[in-house]
Design a protein around this ligand. Structure first.
Ligand code: FAD
Length: 410
């Protein structure tokens, strides 16, 4: 019998993790990791933080050096895209014409940036931020840019804005809703970050869209807003979210609905195919119904979970979701998923605090600003039955660590 083959589509955070974890889990077959980018697998968070600011180099982005893949006997294929999943013959077809047969397939294709459908979006100087190539381009343009417009006040837009301000650019953030990061954080945290960005010098326009982008000689010169203002710009970042890369799966007849639909084991509607990371839509006890999460924790833990299952130790995926964002001198850390909370209390002061979010009296998530201790305890609490009341959470003298220790001792 030939050794079984695991093929992984997408050599990003999640794809890398399955490949790295398979041998640790005792898998003795062949592992092929196919990525369409011309780089070693790399981490994306620094692209909007230290790498963008020029404080770290490209070698700090690699998840492992090149030798790792040979040593671990991972066949790493770069600069080549999978263009078809043939489920019948269990074969992948690549853009280069190559074919790869598999016994188990893992789809870890991530997501791509969502383009802004307005006239002028194709002008030089209107840029996205998803890949290392995008970050290199932005880093170069940021050196010369004086007037920057950021479209979309999500995590990445705000991280970019704080780097641009530090680089002495004039920054104007425009956001279609009434709140920054409003899709994912509580009103308190959202307000706090809006104030912080204004204090650092950014202008922010809420409830404002882009009507069109104006240019001269092919280069961007201004953004015209939906309320008919013209914001001068020599650099525009479009950061209005992502689209999960699920077309390959859909074309192969797998269920797709805001990402590739998987079960609690992260298997698709075909048990020989799993999907993980930004492209996967999965059921979780940490939210109402299904979610598709975009975070390093999610990509890494799902990679480990699928590797263990392929190697013979199946387990339901039930890891506590967590996330972080660095903006200026503020570190935001989120444990759990807070979007559906119906009550919240704040612990701390106006420089360093945590928002404890509850639904029907149960703790469902904690957003911490410059309070890593709370974040660490929150992750422990959420991994079981937290048993924490809003009164205890709000009481600065109540010992959260002792509370968490008491729970794990029970
Ligand atoms: P990706 O890392 O996107 O990898 C998918 C890979 O698959 C890509 O290389 C893609 O090109 C490739 N691919 C797609 N289709 C094909 C195909 N057909 N054939 C071959 N290859 C293919 N998360 C945090 O938790 N904290 C942060 O602070 C944070 N900051 C971020 C900052 C930026 C600028 C970005 C872009 C993301 C950030 N994230 C952060 C999110 C985090 O990086 C992602 O959630 C994570 O990378 C998801 O891993 P993934 O493997 O699912 O997708």
């Amino acid at each position: 019998m030939p050794a079984p083959v695991v093929a992984i589509i997408g050599a990003g955070q999640a794809g890398f993790q399955v490949a790295a974890s398979l041998h640790q889990e005792g898998f003795a077959g062949r592992v092929v990791l196919v990525g369409d980018e011309p780089f070693l697998p790399y981490q994306r968070p620094p692209l909007s933080k230290s790498y963008l600011a020029g404080n770290t180099g490209v070698e700090d982005l690699w998840l492992r050096p090149a030798e790792f893949y040979a040593k671990q006997q991972i066949d790493l294929v770069d600069s080549d895209a999978v263009i078809e999943i043939d489920r019948h013959h269990r074969r992948l077809r690549l853009a280069s014409g190559a074919e790869i047969s598999w016994n188990h397939l893992v789809i870890a294709t991530g997501a791509r940036f969502r383009p802004l459908p307005v006239p002028g979006a194709e002008l030089d100087g209107v840029l996205p931020l998803r890949t290392l190539a995008d970050a290199d381009m932005l880093r170069q343009r940021l050196n010369e840019a004086r007037e920057v417009v950021v479209v979309g006040a999500g995590f990445i837009g705000l991280e970019f804005a704080s780097v641009a301000i530090a680089a002495d650019a004039d920054v104007h953030i425009i956001e279609i809703t009434h709140h920054p990061m409003g899709r994912v954080v509580s009103a308190q945290t959202s307000r706090f970050f809006a104030d912080a960005h204004r204090r650092w010098g950014a202008k922010i326009s809420f409830a404002t869209g882009v009507a069109r982008i104006l240019g001269g000689n092919g280069r961007v010169t201004a953004v015209e807003t939906t309320d008919s203002r013209r914001l001068p710009a020599d650099l525009v970042l479009i950061c209005i979210g992502v689209i999960p890369n699920a077309e390959l799966a859909r074309d192969a007849g797998l269920a797709v609905d805001n990402g590739i639909v998987v079960d609690e084991y992260l298997a698709t509607s075909d048990p020989a195919i799993s999907a993980i990371g930004d492209c996967a839509n999965f059921p979780t006890p940490f939210a109402i119904g299904r979610v598709r999460l975009e975070s390093v924790q999610n990509a890494v833990d799902q990679g480990r979970c699928v590797a263990a299952r392929i190697a013979g130790t199946p387990a339901v995926y039930d890891k506590v979701p967590w996330f972080w964002s660095d903006q200026g001198d503020l570190k935001l850390q989120i444990a759990g998923i807070t979007t559906s909370h119906d009550a919240s209390v704040v612990r701390g002061d106006d420089r360093s605090f945590s928002v404890f979010c509850f639904r029907a009296g149960r703790l469902i998530g904690v957003e911490s600003v410059n309070r890593t201790g709370d974040h660490v305890v929150a992750r422990r609490l959420l991994a079981g039955e937290p048993g924490l009341s809003p009164e205890q959470a709000a009481d600065g003298n109540y010992d959260l660590r002792a509370h968490a220790r008491g729970l794990s001792a029970r």
